[in-house]
Design a binder for this molecule. Structure first.
Ligand SMILES: Nc1ncnc2c1ncn2[C@@H]1O[C@H](COP(=O)(O)OP(=O)(O)OP(=O)(O)O)[C@@H](O)[C@H]1O
Ligand SMILES: [Mg+2]
Length: 235
């Protein structure tokens, strides 16, 4: 339900091994995310933002700590349950969109629904609807190589939404776009939240997006900085 606590992240630690050296990337990150919230995650390059997003989405496992969706601890799930959970509940938008070059915009979006086990007709119908919604009705049969950067980001957003996930995780979704195009992708995110009540966690270096978000969370030294002194200039 919108406005209710949705995700509870408890004391998340992630350490990578580089040969013999341990690199502590997340050092005890704790936060609560509310249903329907748009949260921006900001911080310097190397602060652990992408690492955090991967853990939230179950693409990687923490060294210690827990991530609870309601009362389900995703860090304790089997790989198989995690895959099913991810397909149902989480949509990803990556910085470099990760669209499949051989497939059309429509196929790229429909694939997500097909993988989740929907019927072919339904998957394509839903993909088409979403692409129309993001303003790409006339680009359905274009391959990614024939789309502009902003159009590709919009396809990636449609793909993330095709299974109606409750949570959308986006890693610098507008990182490589000009200001005007970025703003139109942001507008779309807000419109979607309005229409579908989804929760968005967005890693961004974009000060405009961080300010517009319901909340901007600053990562410093692998945890949440509760007292960011200067905000705009640092991200
Ligand atoms: N698989 C890995 N093995 C070893 N070190 C890693 C691995 N993944 C990330 N790191 C290290 O963890 C740190 C945080 O990386 P991360 O990608 O989370 O940063 P980020 O905040 O997303 O930065 P950026 O803004 O540049 O994208 C970096 O120093 C990186 O080198
Ligand atoms: Mg990153």
């Amino acid at each position: 339900m919108i406005g209710q606590p949705f995700i509870r992240v408890e004391n998340l630690v992630k350490t990578f091994l580089d040969g013999e050296t341990e690199i502590a990337v997340l050092t005890g990150l704790t936060m609560t995310i509310t249903e329907g919230e748009i949260v921006a995650i900001v911080g310097l390059s190397g602060a652990g933002k992408s690492t955090y997003l991967h853990l939230l989405g179950g693409l990687d496992t923490p060294t210690s700590g827990r991530i609870l969706f309601g009362d389900r601890d995703v860090t304790a799930m089997s790989e198989r349950d995690m895959v099913a959970f991810r397909n149902q509940e989480i949509g990803f938008v990556f910085q470099f969109h990760h669209l499949l070059p051989e497939f059309t915009a429509l196929e790229n979006v429909a694939l997500g629904a097909l993988i989740a086990g929907g019927s072919k007709a339904k998957a394509f119908e839903r993909a088409r609807e979403l692409l129309v919604y993001v303003g790409l009705e006339s680009r359905l049969t274009h391959r990614p190589g024939k789309l502009s950067g902003g159009e590709r980001q919009r396809v990636a957003l449609a793909r993330a939404l095709v299974n109606e996930p409750r949570l959308v995780l986006a890693d610098e979704p507008t990182g490589n776009l000009d200001r005007k195009t970025s703003e139109s992708v942001h507008d779309l995110i807000w419109e979607l939240r309005e229409r579908l009540g989804q929760t968005f966690v967005i890693v961004t270096h974009n000060a405009g997006l961080a300010e517009r978000a319901d909340r901007a969370v600053h990562l410093v030294d692998g945890r949440v900085d509760d007292n960011p002194l200067v905000f705009g200039g640092q991200i």
